[in-house]
Ligand binder design. Structure first.
Ligand code: DQA
Length: 147
């Protein structure tokens, strides 16, 4: 199975950025660990991070026809982007939405997501573990579809 991990704006600063909220691991630490987990499960994991909305949209388009599942942390675009929602709807690739922090325990404007109602599932508040749980769940869902 081929899974695309997509990280949105400011997540390149992980480790340095508000570590009490987002943790001390860098994005490369997280991706390195996830790649190991993916290998153990025979998953081909690709990763892209961008601070630009149109680049995230282009990555979603480019995934059409070659990706079985997307794991996405859209970061601030979660709360603003109809365009990313439409890209995911258009690509029709199942996805899990992940947030490091518990967005529901934070400012009101983080409580709404433009993606949650069209996601297979949503994980938030579990830090970097959330990505791993999403990966394991995606692997399990893909096995079920292929059987
Ligand atoms: C985030 C939560 C968003 O509200 C915020 O804008 C982010 C990161 C998270 O992973 O907790 O940049 O998606």
């Amino acid at each position: 199975p081929r899974i695309l991990l997509l990280n949105g704006p400011n997540l390149n600063l992980l480790g340095k950025r508000e570590p009490e909220t987002y943790g001390y691991q860098t994005l490369s630490d997280i991706v390195e660990h996830l790649t190991d987990v993916a290998t153990e499960h025979d998953i081909d994991l690709r990763h892209e991070q961008s601070n630009a909305e149109h680049e995230l949209i282009d990555h979603i388009h480019a995934a059409m026809g070659n990706t079985d599942f997307i794991i996405i942390n859209p970061a601030a675009y979660t709360h603003t982007s109809v365009a990313i929602r439409d890209a995911l709807l258009g690509a029709a690739i199942p996805f899990i939405e992940v947030h490091l922090s518990n967005v529901h325990a934070r400012e009101q404007f983080r409580h709404h997501s433009y993606l949650s109602d069209i996601a297979k599932g949503v994980i938030c508040g579990l830090g970097a573990d959330g990505y791993e749980f999403a990966l394991l769940s995606a692997a399990k869902q893909l096995k079920q579809t292929n059987n």
